[in-house]
Design a protein around this ligand. Structure first.
Ligand SMILES: NC(=O)C1=CN([C@@H]2O[C@H](COP(=O)(O)OP(=O)(O)OC[C@H]3O[C@@H](n4cnc5c(N)ncnc54)[C@H](OP(=O)(O)O)[C@@H]3O)[C@@H](O)[C@H]2O)C=CC1
Ligand SMILES: CC1=C(/C=C/C(C)=C/C=C/C(C)=C/C=O)C(C)(C)CCC1
Length: 338
């Protein structure tokens, strides 16, 4: 996970934008199980994440730091499990922080393991000391293990909930008090379309994202009840994004999203104070149909969409049932109906 803080000082009250940026389960315990001799891949306990961190962090710095009237100074704070680590798809947080500094803002990278409550609490205190109060918190870290429920390891289920939802509790509880005091702030929950539509072979992930959507909605209602209209929330639910988080996502009608487009949409949503953002917006139809149509009708519609993605044991899709997949890297997998 990463924390990104953008502090704004001047006419506006001191504050920051903080985001726990991209996420991706990596490291040994989260590495997907695979038979001996199989090439490593990133399908399930995905390795180190994709390249979304770079555009998201630099874009955030560029767009939120400088153009606001009354802003004399801005700072961005990033934290990753290992800020020095670079992946195949992105640069490390230290590099990203350096790029943000080149854009004229203060930027720092911190090391935080978001699956550990104590780590988050320790980092939050350090952030406040170093950078001041946070005004925008983006809970973006997430992990995914793509497999059927019974094939998952217990620790994978635990990790998914630790990072994808419990971490949100710890970051929000750390930064919300000062937002409430100042009646000023913004909390972004990066959820997923999978948190709006229950997704097969992602039961673990999907339910953690449903929890994230519920968290954001309930928090928003609570802030309203408390009369703190100045503290806003945005819940982001993208369809598949091209970051390597889930491998080989495909669909007949819905294109995989590019991270830059998602970041850009998120920025406009933050600035406009939108509470729920589905990307693409056509997904609103799927969500609406879910509460209108009987399951069998929905299944018929879903079948036409031909959604598929790679699990750690192969490729799951809607095209054929029981047919051996021809996709590279999915030799052992049979396509199954989603
Ligand atoms: N890509 C997609 O198709 C979609 C993604 N999302 C959501 O978007 C968010 C970002 O995903 P995306 O950018 O695609 O994925 P990435 O793989 O690029 O990002 C993963 C990030 O999560 C961090 N992370 C994972 N576990 C921890 C941890 N325990 N502590 C600290 N950091 C951690 C990783 O840090 P490090 O770099 O140190 O490993 C990495 O920066 C996630 O919440 C995901 O669920 C939602 C819908 C679709
Ligand atoms: C629309 C739709 C589905 C939903 C798929 C979704 C919502 C996948 C999202 C996955 C994501 C975003 C993963 C990474 O975060 C189903 C249930 C497969 C059935 C066919 C129609």
């Amino acid at each position: 996970m990463s924390l990104e803080t953008l502090c704004q000082e001047g006419a506006a009250p001191p504050g920051c934008l903080a985001a726990n940026a991209t996420s991706g389960a990596s490291s040994a315990p989260e590495t997907p199980r695979r038979p001996p001799g199989d090439p490593p891949h990133r399908a399930a306990g995905h390795e180190g994440g994709g390249h979304s961190a770079l555009p998201s962090l630099t874009a955030t710095a560029r767009n939120l730091a400088s153009p606001h009237p009354g802003t004399s100074q801005a700072s961005t704070l990033l934290s990753f499990r290992d800020p020095t680590r670079s992946g195949a798809y992105r640069e490390g947080a230290e590099d990203t922080a350096a790029q943000a500094r080149e854009l004229g803002v203060q930027a720092r990278a911190y090391k935080v393991d978001c699956s550990r409550r104590e780590d988050i609490q320790r980092a939050a205190e350090q952030v406040k000391k170093d950078m001041g109060e946070v005004c925008i918190l983006v809970n973006n870290a997430g992990v995914v293990f793509v497999d059927d429920l019974l094939s998952l390891e217990d620790h994978e289920i635990q990790k998914t909930f630790d990072v994808n939802i419990l971490a949100h509790f710890w970051t929000v509880r750390a930064f919300l008090p000062s937002m409430l005091e100042r009646n000023h702030g913004h909390i972004v929950t990066v959820a997923s379309m999978s948190g709006k539509i229950g997704t097969p072979l992602l039961v673990n992930y999907s339910s953690s994202k449903f929890a994230a959507v519920g968290f954001a909605e309930a928090l928003q209602a609570e802030l309203r009840l408390l009369g703190r209209d100045g503290v806003r929330t945005t819940c982001l639910c993208p369809y598949f994004v091209n970051t390597g988080f889930v491998q080989n996502p495909q669909s007949r009608f819905v294109d995989v999203l590019e991270p830059e487009a998602v970041v850009s949409r998120l920025l406009s949503a933050i600035l406009a104070g939108e509470t729920l953002v589905l990307i693409p917006s056509s997904m609103h139809c799927n969500v609406l149909l879910k509460s209108l149509l009987p399951t069998r009708a929905l299944q018929a519609i879903y079948a036409t969409m031909a959604i598929s993605f790679k699990t750690r044991s192969g490729l799951a899709g809607t095209k054929t049932s029981g047919e051996e997949s021809q996709e590279p890297g999915a030799e052992r997998g049979a396509k199954v109906r989603l």
